[in-house]
Design a protein. Structure first.
Length: 514
């Protein structure tokens, strides 16, 4: 099955059903499928099979066409995060060597600067038909309404660069089979409710792997409401306007929603499904959301770019159990989804016993084929056919997995392991803390010290001793922060993930023994 079959099958079943709604305009499944075919034919006139086609825009319908049409042409879709700096964009494109760059007027200067530094780029296409570029409409107009020659299911289809939270970004190569398996896994693992007209709100940037939620919805012939970029006001306007029944969010998005005064007057009763992921969810935020959206079943997903979506899920039944007296379940990543296998292993690859901490490994058709032009990194990422996620986890006797920390985020202080996520969970319980990130920094006495970086919830900034006293009643002494920094805003990726690499760089110098 090809990625374009997702919209193609829906078009056969429900050609007149709205597939996409964006800023007052609507595209049916029939129109979207025809547009994807047209784009594939148009691209064939300016590029060759196997070429990378980069997209540097905010969310728009043309981006959705590229999701389907670029791989259908036998080419590789290369989403580029529009929030990257000029140097970062040029470096990413130099690594991926695309021949076509699709952009919009807002980012045309950035695109032209990159094209001047990346010789492989031969054509700049604009979705808003800017003079001096190739208009996207020219690639779509008067194309044959027939299916192009079908590429192989195992051919590269999407090339997504990891967020680079712990180092230089790597390009994850996803085949048609990988992407479709990820979407099918999501649909099978969360049965749809009996909704008269299911409508899925997608607030994620389509340059992020979470954009695969468009495919998940289209597999089930659901209407997708797309936001150009996330804003709380845009989200709250879209829900009642479109009678949204389902959405997925990052913890940061959910926290912003809960804080917004307009939420009280917003009719959100249509929402029956809320998925969340991409970063750890503070327990207090989740509990408040479950109260605020009583009609919704909540579902946590664990996934990553290399998995073409989620591979573990913690569904509504687990959330109900958490609300009924088992709060520890709020921290669960759930169980393997129907088309995934998961295990926790020690440093030698031996499977860990119940509740023992080790590295989480995943196997299934959705696991990526490898890193772009990095054979050594690809070899290191796999062990006996299992993908090594780099996440530390434990699995209980009921088969539920819990993510303990990123392996690179674990702090070794005075010979003791400190899992940053455990400390963050405690900090999020403090009334003066809106968000927190914990990192290790060099320390001449302890090897590493625990550093807490905090976004305050109000004008009062918590001091080090206040934080240490608060943590001391909930954590062992060696886990308590030895340094606290209050910032206006934590550095985050487009998906809301905290960029701990940037925080570590701020604390690179050692402190003298105390």
């Amino acid at each position: 099955m090809l990625i374009s079959d997702v919209v193609g099958f829906a078009a056969r079943r429900a050609p007149e059903v709205p597939a996409l709604e964006f800023e007052g305009a609507t595209w049916t499944f029939g129109e979207l499928h025809a547009g994807a075919r047209g784009l594939a034919h148009g691209l064939a006139e300016i590029a060759r099979p196997g070429d990378r086609v980069a997209v540097l825009t905010e969310n728009n319908p043309e981006y959705v066409l590229a999701y389907y049409g670029v791989p259908l042409a036998g080419m590789v879709l290369l989403p580029v995060n529009y929030r990257l700096a000029r140097r970062e964009v040029a470096d990413l494109l130099a690594d991926a060597t695309p021949t076509v760059l699709i952009t919009e007027a807002k980012y045309l200067d950035l695109a032209r600067h990159a094209a001047a530094e990346v010789p492989s780029i031969r054509t700049i296409v604009t979705v808003d038909d800017v003079a001096g570029t190739t208009p996207l409409s020219a690639l779509l107009d008067s194309r044959p309404d027939v299916e192009p020659e079908r590429p192989d299911e195992d051919a590269p289809a999407w090339l997504l660069y990891t967020s680079g939270t712990t180092g230089r970004a790597k390009g994850a190569v996803l085949t048609h089979r990988n992407v479709v398996a990820g979407a099918v896994n999501a649909v099978l693992s969360w049965p749809r409710a009996l909704e008269r007209r299911p409508v899925s709100l997608v607030p994620w940037p389509l340059c992020h792997i979470a954009g695969y939620n468009v495919l998940v919805a289209h597999l089930a012939a659901e209407t997708v409401v797309l936001l150009r970029r996330y804003s709380t006001e845009g989200f709250l306007d879209a829900v009642p306007r479109h009678r949204v029944t389902a959405t997925t969010v990052a913890p940061t998005m959910l926290a912003m929603l809960l804080r917004h005064p307009a939420l009280e007057d917003c009719d959100t009763t249509s929402i029956t499904r809320i998925g969340y992921g991409s970063a750890p969810m503070p327990g207090a935020t989740l509990r408040e959301a479950m109260t605020r959206f009583p009609n919704a079943g909540f579902r946590a997903g664990f996934g990553m770019t290399e998995l073409a979506g989620n591979a573990l899920a913690h569904g509504p039944e687990g959330h109900r159990a958490a609300a009924d007296g088992h709060p520890e379940l709020l921290a669960s990543a759930g169980t393997p989804m129907l088309l995934s296998a998961a295990r926790v292993v020690d440093d030698h690859g031996a499977e860990c016993g119940p509740d023992e901490v080790g590295e989480l490994e995943i196997r299934g058709d959705q696991v990526f084929s490898g890193y772009w032009n990095r054979p050594e990194a690809t070899a290191e990422a796999f062990r006996d056919g299992w993908f090594r996620t780099g996440d530390l986890a434990r699995c209980d006797r009921e088969g539920r997995f819990a993510i303990v920390d990123r392996r690179k985020d674990m702090i070794l202080t005075g010979g003791e392991n400190v899992y940053s996520r455990e400390v963050e969970d405690v900090l999020h319980q403090h009334a003066a803390v809106s968000a927190a990130a914990v990192v290790g920094a060099p320390d001449e006495l302890w090897g590493e010290r625990v550093v807490a970086v905090i976004e305050p919830a109000g004008p009062e900034h918590p001091a080090l001793e206040e934080i240490r006293e608060f943590c001391a009643t909930r954590l062992a002494g060696y886990k308590c922060p030895r340094q606290v920094l209050v910032v206006a805003e934590l550095p985050r990726s487009a998906s809301g993930k905290v960029l701990k690499r940037e925080l570590r760089e701020r604390f690179a110098g050692p402190l003298a023994p105390r």
